[in-house]
Design a protein. Structure first.
Length: 159
């Protein structure tokens, strides 16, 4: 049985995450996923909208995933290799510098992100929507309705 090890935050789970996990599983028979804890995400400069427990629950219910564990730091990766004995680690291309050193212990493959899909972009969009809502709340009712109708028309035009 070929064991595959991968990692991710998997916050705001989307089709890019699913594509990544499916492509990682294609490297073997058993997919082990380290889901970043909130503390680890903070080390990486990220803030998770969902707790580790919520994100792990989503990931462990993806059909191609066989096992999930908490990923707590960059330093643990060597210990993870010793513990899970993967035949290959599959990582996102954006983290190449962090995973390259592990090639001395294990085969490492890098995958590109799914184009135009990113949790960070979703978070930015949600922030923009929050800002728009704050502005709309300050408008008189008639103006608010006019702006919302313009937005709806624009969205219909793009379909």
């Amino acid at each position: 049985m070929r064991r595959v090890l991968t990692y991710g935050s998997f916050d705001l789970f989307h089709v890019g995450h699913l594509n990544f996990l499916q492509r990682a599983k294609a490297y073997g028979d058993y997919l082990i996923v380290g889901v970043a804890t909130e503390e680890f995400n903070l080390q990486k400069g990220k803030i998770s909208l969902f707790s580790y427990e919520e994100r792990a629950k989503i990931v462990e219910n993806i059909k191609c995933v066989d096992e999930v564990f908490p990923a707590n730091s960059w330093k643990e990766k060597v210990r993870d290799i010793e513990r899970y004995k993967p035949d290959v680690i599959v990582a996102s291309e954006e983290w190449r510098e962090k995973y390259e050193p592990l090639k001395r212990l294990c085969r490492v493959e890098f995958l590109p992100r799914t184009a135009n899909i990113s949790s960070s972009k979703f978070q930015q969009l949600l922030g923009s929507i929050d800002e728009l809502c704050a502005i709309l709340r300050q408008l008189p009712d008639d103006d608010r309705r006019t702006v919302l109708n313009l937005i709806r028309e624009k969205l219909r035009d793009e379909k």
